[in-house]
Design a protein around this ligand. Sequence first.
Ligand code: GRF
Length: 228
Amino acid sequence: MVRSAKARTALSSTSDPLRLAILISGRGSNMATIARECLERRINARVAVVISNKPGVAGLPTAQQMGLRTQVVPSSGVGREDFEKALTATLDEHAPDLVILAGFMRVLTAPFVRHYSGRMINIHPSLLPKYTGLHTHQRVLDAGDTEHGATVHFVTPELDGGPLILQSRVPVKTADSEATLAARVQATEHVIYPRVIAWIADKRLDWNGGRPLLDGKHLTQPVVEDFP
Ligand code: GRF
């Protein structure tokens, strides 16, 4: 990964802190969790910018209260090409080592994704490759599945289709509603997403041209962690 000169003085550490750009479209609970882990130096990284494609979302004041720089790059009423051009320009101003999609509700085009190839990760609320797309919790309930979870993966042009890194697995309980299941899964997201970022910051995880290596071993399957 390319490291920027700016990052080198930000934290005293044995290696340079990773510069993060976090993209949100809503509440930003994953963003806030990741930012807190960085501010409290449990991850050797710092949040260079939080970007929302929607003005007025709850994640923006949350980020500002944490002392983070925020920017809005509006997507509404803007063509896809113009939006991505503006997003690229804003992102590149901050020279991120890693772009983190955290509830960012825009489908990204292949050229945009390729620009950040190996430097962009996402969290999706399902045990990928099951349930790509939206409304995952209700679809899991409708199918009568007994387990569900979340997945952190590298982003490739295929929607929710890049190499899988880490999954949280939770039981689906008979009394579950969409809301209770979503809450159980989201609590696990706040554990697994910072963990993957720490792996990258500590150089334990590498994109390796699309065949990710964790601690020197190929990740042919995601690492799976069980939660109650
Ligand atoms: C999370 O459930 C994540 O899996 C999905 O969008 C949601 C974002 O939540 N991609 P938050 O904005 O981080 O609270």
